[in-house]
Design a protein around this ligand. Structure first.
Ligand code: FES
Length: 507
């Protein structure tokens, strides 16, 4: 299978083509746009309840974040219970605490029902503080967890060779192989009559009282309901102002010591590191993640891997780096995911996004919420995760500014100081964004000397893209659209490519 970058993730060997033969002129009950864990789980759930569904995937199943996750299954989240109590109140925070348990239960019951071999295992998580500030943070986390009834127990030892000041053990967590899991869900979905159309970009929708017409790269498709499981939907929507794209980095190493703990580990750095073991092709690999940053806001994404590798080698007895890859997720403005009706639409278009670093959990939970909203008209999480909620929390206007004007200016200031006097200034493997006369350009020089020249203005809402050297992609800092060196769209919300001027070879 392919992914949305130049690097290969640890999961990637698992799926080949999975499309079905489809008649796109027939009517569907629900079309689900996006073939990651959110889309596939939701499609299966709806198909199970008798609906006729189709998954539309722009590339291939698992192409996006599901193919690049580190696949921790947690019932505690990036937004802590303490923060949730402060911003949403105790009762809502309790419901939020239930959501993780519900999601893991859904995964377990799918595994049981369809007899899925996806390396699922229950684990304990260890969360630990390395300095005085982190100790206070940990205390806060534990106090919040106690108030919502979530078990976290102080311990004197952790099963990782890291000097710590205080630590807690959190039982009942889990891990799995995300691509084996969604591949099996796809097979179950197809068995039940579901349709999967790969390499089909959904460009727009038109909502009517009793149906929706999707405009796609393969023509119009009609359905009673549409679910955008693509992080952020195409077009411009409230969600583009309430979610920010982030990049996250992961690496997998062979270990010198086979007796390494199989529990899950998390420090409290900002951004935090996390790690676990997974057996791939008979070998135990340590998967470590971290070094997150806002998309398009790192001058050298390769350094994120270097920092992560240094951290791992400082603490763990590892040998070879087998895999290194990155992926994208979205930070919601108020810390809770957005799952439900797409703002500004009537009742037939649904969305699920803003999962922070808990995509496997909230992607899975989305399947239950969206199923319940479509089939029963209501969900116990409807209000809590409503995409239309506007929480007037501190920092709202800063967040919006950061996602629009600030992101735009940041990039503009960075790139327009660049002056390309001659193409020979660009070294092989380098890329630059520059202005020439009144237009802005993105230029990449391959190691063999071939230049790729594109217009650098993102077709979604006209921000300027930035180079991601680690994944050989042009990334838009505003809403996270990404393109390869030829300008081809890798991820939305844009539905279009960057304008290509030419590739050429200069001696
Ligand atoms: Fe919105 Fe680029 S993704 S402007």
């Amino acid at each position: 299978m392919y992914r949305d970058g130049a690097r290969k993730s640890i999961w990637q060997d698992e799926i080949k083509k999975i499309s079905t033969e489809n008649d796109l002129s027939q009517w569907f009950d629900t079309v689900i746009v996006g073939g990651g864990i959110t889309g596939v789980s939701t499609a299966l759930k709806l198909q199970e309840s008798g609906q006729k569904c189709m998954i539309l995937e722009a590339a291939n199943i698992g192409f996006g974040t599901t193919g690049g996750t580190t696949a921790h299954l947690n019932t505690f989240f990036d937004t802590t219970f303490a923060q949730a109590i402060q911003d949403f109140g105790l009762e809502n925070a309790k419901l939020y605490a239930e959501s993780g348990k519900d999601a893991i239960h859904i995964i377990e019951s799918n595994i049981k029902k369809y007899d899925i071999n996806c390396d699922f295992a229950r684990r304990s998580a260890y969360l630990f503080a390395l300095d005085e500030d982190q100790e206070k943070q940990l205390k806060d986390i534990v106090t919040g967890a106690a108030r919502v009834g979530h078990e976290m127990v102080y311990v004197n030892e952790i099963p990782f060779p890291i000097p710590f000041r205080e630590a807690v053990r959190i039982p009942g967590q889990g891990q799995f192989h995300p691509i084996k899991y969604i591949k099996a869900l796809c097979e179950a979905f197809i068995q039940l009559g579901g349709a999967i159309e790969e390499k089909c970009i959904c460009e727009d929708h038109e909502e009517h009282d009793d149906h929706v017409i999707l405009t796609t790269s393969k023509g119009e498709i009609k359905a009673k309901n549409v679910v955008y499981a693509t992080h952020i939907p195409p077009g411009i929507n409230l969600l583009h102002f309430t979610n920010a794209p982030y990049r996250s980095y992961a690496m997998a190493f062979t270990l010198k010591d086979n007796g390494f703990s199989r529990e899950l580990g998390y420090d409290l750095h900002e951004p935090y590191h996390y790690y676990r073991i997974h057996d791939i092709n008979g070998e135990s690999l340590l998967i470590a993640g971290g070094e997150d940053h806002k998309t398009g806001h790192s001058d050298d994404t390769g350094e994120c891997f270097s920092r992560l590798e240094s951290y791992v080698r400082e603490h763990f007895d590892v040998e070879t780096t087998y895999y290194s890859w990155s992926s994208q997720y979205y930070e919601p403005i108020d810390g809770f995911p957005y799952i439900g009706n797409l703002p500004g639409t009537k009742k037939r278009i649904f969305v699920a996004t803003g999962f922070r670093g808990n995509g496997m959990i909230f992607g899975t939970l989305s399947s239950q919420i969206i199923h319940d909203l479509i089939v029963a008209g209501t969900s116990k999480y409807e209000q809590l995760f409503s995409p239309s909620r506007i929480k007037p929390i501190a920092g709202f206007s800063d967040f919006v500014k950061e996602n629009t004007a600030v992101a735009f200016d940041y990039v503009k200031d960075k790139i327009f100081v660049e002056r390309i006097d001659s193409l020979s200034e660009i070294k092989p493997g380098e890329a630059k964004v520059f202005r020439y006369e009144s237009d802005n350009y993105a230029l990449y020089k391959e190691l063999n000397g071939t230049f790729h020249l594109l217009r650098s203005t993102c077709p979604h809402a006209s921000c300027e893209v930035r180079w991601n050297g680690a994944e050989l992609s042009w990334d838009c800092p505003c809403h996270g659209s990404r393109f390869n060196v030829n300008g081809k769209r890798l991820t939305g919300p844009t539905t279009k490519n960057l304008d290509k001027i030419f590739p050429f070879q200069k001696k």
